[in-house]
Design a protein around this ligand. Structure first.
Ligand code: PMP
Ligand code: GLU
Length: 387
C-alpha cells in the first residue's frame, strides 16, 4: 500500500509493541513475566476512580472544553504551586490532553517544523524522536554515558547546537535510565537554552518517583519564557488507562496547541479529566498515595538491585528515579535485541532492549510490578545468564 510522506519515517512504539507481544503470549497460556512496558502494575487511587464514576452518574458526559475542564486546569496549576518553587501558575497556561504523548505531540507540532533541529539526549524515550519527525523537524541525538550517570551538560549541548537548533528535550528522572538532573545542572542548561532562544520541553512524568533527596522540576528554576513542562497521571498516580497528560507553557503556545487539539481529538475524555482533577486536587489524599507508592517502589528497587547484582553478565546501576532497571550487557557479541528475544523465548521474560532508546547493549526492566512478579523475573534472569 502506498502511504503519504507524513508517515514515511514512522516507527511503531517499540515499548507498546513489546507489551502487546507479552500480552499475546500470556493469552496463549505462556506464563510470561512482563517487565516490558513502563506502567505501574498497581491500581489507580480509589478516590480518583470514584470521581470519574460520579461524573458519569451526574450526567457530565458532554464535550469538555477543548483545553480541559476548568477544575482540572486549576488543580494542575495548584499542584505545581504546591510541589515546586513556583508560587503562581496560571490555569490558562495549562492544556490537558490524552496523555503526555498527545500533549508532547501538540507542542512539538506547534513549535517545530522542517529545517528545525531538536536536541534529544540519549538514551531517550522512543516517542521523542518519532514525534519530532512527525512534525517534520530533525531529531539530533546527544549521547550521554553510563560512567557519567546518563546526564548531559551545557558543553555537550553547545557542541551539538547549530543555528537551526530550536528545541531540547529533558526527561528527569529519565526513561529508561532513571537519571536525575540536579538543580545546578538543570539551572545551567535552562540558562544556556534561554541565551540561545531554544525551547526546553521538560518531560516530568516521573518527577514524583525519586529515590534521591530531591528531583527538581523546571518550575524550581526561574522559568524562562520558552519552557514547556509536561506531566500526567500515568505513573505516579497509576492511571495510564485514563489517558490524561498535560503541558504547561506560555499562554500563546497553549492556545495554539488547543487549536490543534480542537481539530484532532477535541480534547481528553471528560470522566477521565474528573478523575485526574480529584487525583491532583485532593492534596492530602494525593500526597498519601504518592508516598505509599514510592515506598513500595523503593522496596522493589532494593530487592531487584540485590538480585541483579548477583548476575555477573550484567552491569547494574541504581536508578535515581522512575520505575526501570537499565542494565548493561557485559557480553557485546550479541545485540540487546537478540538477547531480549532469547529471554522472551527461553525464559518467558519480557523486557525492552536498548536499541529503541538509542543505546544498544542494554536491557530495560520495569520494576513497578508485584513483588512476586519481580522475584520470579529476576530468578529467571539468573537462570538464563548464570547457566
Ligand atoms: N514520557 C515518558 C518519559 C514516558 O515514559 C511515558 C510513558 N508512557 C510518557 C511520556 C507517556 O505517558 P502518557 O502518554 O501515558 O501520559
Ligand atoms: N512509557 C511507557 C514505556 O516506556 C509506556 C509505553 C509507551 O507509552 O511508550 O514503556
Amino acid at each position: 500500500m502506498q502511504f503519504s510522506s507524513n508517515v514515511a519515517q514512522l516507527q511503531p512504539s517499540a515499548t507498546l509493541a513489546l507489551a502487546a507481544r507479552a500480552r499475546q503470549l500470556k493469552a496463549e497460556g505462556v506464563p510470561v513475566i512482563d517487565l516490558s512496558a513502563g506502567e505501574p502494575q498497581y491500581p489507580a487511587p480509589r478516590f480518583a476512580g470514584q470521581a470519574a464514576i460520579d461524573a458519569i452518574a451526574a450526567g457530565k458526559t458532554g464535550y469538555p472544553p477543548t483545553p480541559g475542564l476548568p477544575e482540572l486546569r486549576a488543580a494542575i496549576a495548584g499542584y505545581l504551586e504546591q510541589t515546586t518553587a513556583s508560587e503562581r501558575v496560571d490555569p490558562a497556561s495549562v492544556i490537558v490532553s490524552a496523555g503526555v504523548k498527545q500533549a508532547l505531540f501538540n507542542c512539538c507540532y506547534a513549535l517545530f517544523g522542517p529545517g528545525d533541529e531538536v536536541l534529544i539526549p540519549a538514551p531517550f524515550w522512543p516517542s521523542y524522536t518519532t514525534i519530532v519527525e512527525l512534525a517534520g523537524a530533525t531529531p539530533v541525538i546527544v549521547d550521554t554515558s553510563w560512567d557519567e550517570g546518563f546526564v548531559t551538560d551545557v558543553d555537550r549541548l553547545e557542541t551539538a547546537r547549530t543555528e537551526r537548533t530550536r528545541g531540547l528535550f529533558l526527561n528527569s528522572p529519565g526513561n529508561p535510565t532513571g537519571a536525575v538532573y540536579d538543580l545546578e545542572r538543570l539551572t545551567a542548561i535552562m540558562e544556556w537554552a534561554d541565551r540561545h532562544g531554544i525551547w526546553v520541553l521538560s518531560d516530568e512524568i516521573y518527577r514524583r518517583i525519586g529515590f534521591v533527596d530531591s528531583v527538581p522540576s523546571v518550575y524550581d528554576v526561574p522559568v524562562p519564557d520558552r519552557t514547556v513542562l509536561l506531566d500526567g497521571v500515568s505513573k505516579a498516580f497509576c492511571m495510564p488507562g485514563f489517558r490524561i497528560g498535560y503541558a504547561v507553557g506560555p499562554a500563546e503556545l497553549i492556545k495554539k496547541a488547543s487549536d490543534l487539539q480542537g481539530q484532532t481529538t477535541s480534547g481528553a475524555v471528560g470522566p477521565s479529566q474528573a478523575a485526574a482533577a480529584a487525583a491532583l486536587g485532593m492534596s492530602e489524599e494525593r500526597e498519601a498515595f504518592v508516598s505509599d507508592l514510592v515506598s513500595i517502589l523503593s522496596r522493589l528497587r532494593r530487592t531487584g538491585l540485590a538480585g541483579l547484582r548477583d548476575i555477573d553478565a550484567l552491569d547494574v546501576r541504581p536508578p535515581d528515579g522512575a520505575i526501570y532497571f537499565y542494565v548493561r550487557l557485559r557480553d557485546s557479541s550479541r545485540s540487546s535485541m537478540d538477547v531480549a528475544e532469547d529471554l522472551l523465548r527461553e525464559q518467558a521474560v519480557a523486557s525492552v532492549p536498548g536499541e529503541p532508546f538509542g543505546s544498544p547493549g542494554h536491557l530495560r526492566f520495569n520494576f513497578a510490578v508485584q513483588p512476586e512478579t519481580l522475584d520470579e523475573g529476576i530468578a529467571r534472569l539468573a537462570t538464563h545468564f548464570n547457566a
